[in-house]
Design a protein around this ligand. Structure first.
Ligand SMILES: Cc1cc2nc3c(=O)[nH]c(=O)nc-3n(C[C@H](O)[C@H](O)[C@H](O)COP(=O)(O)OP(=O)(O)OC[C@H]3O[C@@H](n4cnc5c(N)ncnc54)[C@H](O)[C@@H]3O)c2cc1C
Length: 553
């Protein structure tokens, strides 16, 4: 390693999101001096993870076993690789990261988190169900473990270690420091340079000013980049949009705050980092406009149960197996071929009560606040408060007592010509199949199958009923928008989190973790994700990079 003078710290971490906090915790435990810089004010500590639902991918956990779910490393591996579809030479490190991450999720992940005080809601969710066959995309079994306390519950233990590090003078936390350059000397990274932004009163998640008051330079033996992805920067999302997903949507909601701007990726590239798989991203198709927004174009994702009827903008039913919660990107690809950016759910009050969960800590006050009394209401009648609030105030919701009224309301919200006759035919035919004990409608079969799982039957999947059953009403239609969220590609790293250059060699002193590194390796998910793997990816890659940097400095 090159001789470096006038060190301000052993390691500088760029980004105070979950991956940065986890890396910092490792360095603090190793007794290293750390500077943690972030462009946002302190109100934002924890980054996206604070807003998250706290869903974590675990394999063969006690929570799964208690619910009669038989999972194994081999099954999870089959699902991961069937979903990822790795097919490029640059998937070399991502493949290795996937193997390592699967061992982590099957092995020490849960015990390590437990030792830090993290616990889980006992009912395991079944996300991304696939629908193509045993070795294709999707989770063969429920694996989505919700952190008790959601996003803030996963941030808390790492924030506590950071605060301890600050008290022990090991850590200097510098908000409002935006890094614009990685300093390179003789091929080694020796620090960062950037702009000092004006103090900001912005609350968590709100955009903060970009007024520059000064510049700064900091030196250390190593730098870890944990700056997140590109989902808040629609210009970059459109630029990276792959042909296989059709044309980029004209209208998109933002599922992440504005600080997820992707600019640091370009800064890393300038310093020689190899960026790979930028065309792989994970955006949702069930986005609704937040009636009470925190950031611009703020959208919330519905985590849907399987019963809603899914129609395109013109009223045509989506093809098999594009049922709610089955194949996020397959559905996105299909919607982009329809010529419109939105689609529709048609459902009943009974379905919304049981099957609409909204992703995000603030949308789940019971789980986030660890409020058992509020939580118990999930098993009782009525929709959770935040869902009911969307139904009442949300601009994408239509509520009506008859199908004719519903269709008129839907047409008012859309400039696409809605084929009312075709929708009526689909609804009536689907209702007939609900009463048919045999049925050729695979969505009906999937709903029945889901209810064989105790967790789904209890809180996630409504008892099958006709959409036009008056006693299940009123009828509800929800206009669904595309919602940007995660970057699946990023900075290429080896299994120690060391950043690689275009020739595949590690850049001395430079590490990356979290979404900035495609959650490890530059794209651990390949093309698609099994869900709950993003926070887990931050934990695993942040820990790996933190440990490796601690050993090296
Ligand atoms: C609403 C919501 C729900 C989610 N639910 C789940 C879930 O249930 N399960 C799951 O696995 N994942 C979920 N996710 C995804 C997950 O939360 C994120 O992918 C993850 O937290 C990203 O963490 P990170 O540390 O990589 O980046 P971030 O949290 O984005 O943090 C990066 C930090 O770097 C700072 N930064 C960026 N550039 C610079 C720069 N140039 N200089 C200084 N600082 C900079 C930013 O200000 C930011 O604070 C959810 C996300 C959201 C928004």
């Amino acid at each position: 390693m090159a001789q470096k003078n006038a060190q301000d710290a052993d390691v500088i971490i760029v980004g105070a999101g979950l991956s940065g906090l986890v890396a910092a915790a490792e360095l603090i435990d190793a007794g290293k001096r750390v500077i943690l810089v972030d462009q946002e004010p302190e109100s934002n500590l924890g980054g996206q993870a604070w807003w998250s639902f706290g869903g974590l991918f675990l394999v063969d956990s006690p929570e799964q076993r208690r619910l009669g779910v038989h999972d194994s490393f081999e099954l999870a591996r089959q699902d991961w690789f069937g979903t990822a579809g790795f097919d490029r030479p640059e998937d070399n490190w991502p493949r290795q990261w996937a193997e390592a991450y699967l061992h982590f999720a099957h092995g020490e992940k849960r015990a390590w988190l437990k030792s830090l005080g993290v616990s889980f809601f006992p009912i395991v969710g079944w996300a991304e169900r696939g629908g193509y066959g045993a070795i294709g995309h999707g989770n063969s079994v429920p694996r989505f473990h919700i952190t008790w306390g959601t996003g803030p519950g996963i941030v808390a233990p790492f924030e506590a270690i950071l605060r301890r590090g600050i008290d022990e003078d090991l850590v200097t936390y510098r908000p409002r420091h935006r890094v614009t350059e990685l300093l390179v000397e003789a091929g080694s990274i020796i620090g960062v340079a950037g702009e000092l932004l004006a103090p900001s009163p912005s609350a968590r998640g709100q955009a903060s000013s970009r007024l520059v008051t000064d510049t700064f330079e900091l030196h250390a033996s190593a730098v870890i980049v944990t700056s997140g992805g590109i989902g808040g920067n629609h210009e970059l999302v459109r630029k990276a949009w792959p042909e296989r997903l059709g044309t980029p949507p004209e209208h998109m909601l933002s599922g992440v705050p504005a600080h997820v701007d992707g600019l640091m990726l370009g800064v890393a590239e300038q310093a020689g980092a190899n960026l790979i798989n930028g065309d792989r991203m994970w955006h949702y198709v069930e986005g609704i406009t937040n009636w009470d927004p925190v950031w611009e174009k703020h959208g919330i994702r519905i985590l849907p149960g399987p019963s809603s009827l899914w129609l395109d903008a013109t009223g045509k039913r989506l093809p098999v197996p594009l049922f709610p919660g089955f194949d996020t990107l397959g559905t996105l690809e299909h919607i982009q071929q329809t010529g419109y950016d939105h689609s529709w759910f048609i459902l009943t009050q009974k379905i919304i009560e049981k099957e609409f969960a909204l992703s995000g800590s603030e949308q789940n006050p019971d789980l986030t606040g660890k409020d058992l009394k509020l939580l118990l209401k999930r098993v009782g009648p009525g929709a959770p408060g935040p869902v009911e609030a969307f139904k009442e105030h949300g601009e994408d919701f239509v509520v009506a007592n008859t199908l004719a009224e519903l269709l008129a309301g839907m047409q008012k919200l859309s400039d696409a010509p809605l084929n009312a006759e075709s929708v009526i035919r689909e609804v009536q035919a689907r209702d007939r199949e609900i009463l048919n004990p045999f049925t050729k409608d695979l969505q009906v079969t999937a709903i029945r199958g889901a209810r064989n799982y105790r967790g789904d039957k209890l809180i996630r999947v409504a008892k099958p009923h006709r959409l036009l059953d008056q006693s299940a009403g009123p009828l509800i239609a929800v206009k669904l928008n595309i919602l940007t969220r995660k970057s699946l590609g990023g900075i290429e790293t080896d299994l120690q989190g060391r950043v690689l250059n275009a020739a595949g060699a590690p850049i001395d002193g430079l590490y990356a973790a979290g979404e900035a590194s495609g959650f490890g390796g530059g794209g651990v998910h390949g093309y698609r994700a099994l869900e709950g793997t993003f926070l887990g990816g931050c934990l695993f890659s942040g820990r790996t990079a933190g440990r490796a940097a601690a050993r090296a400095v």
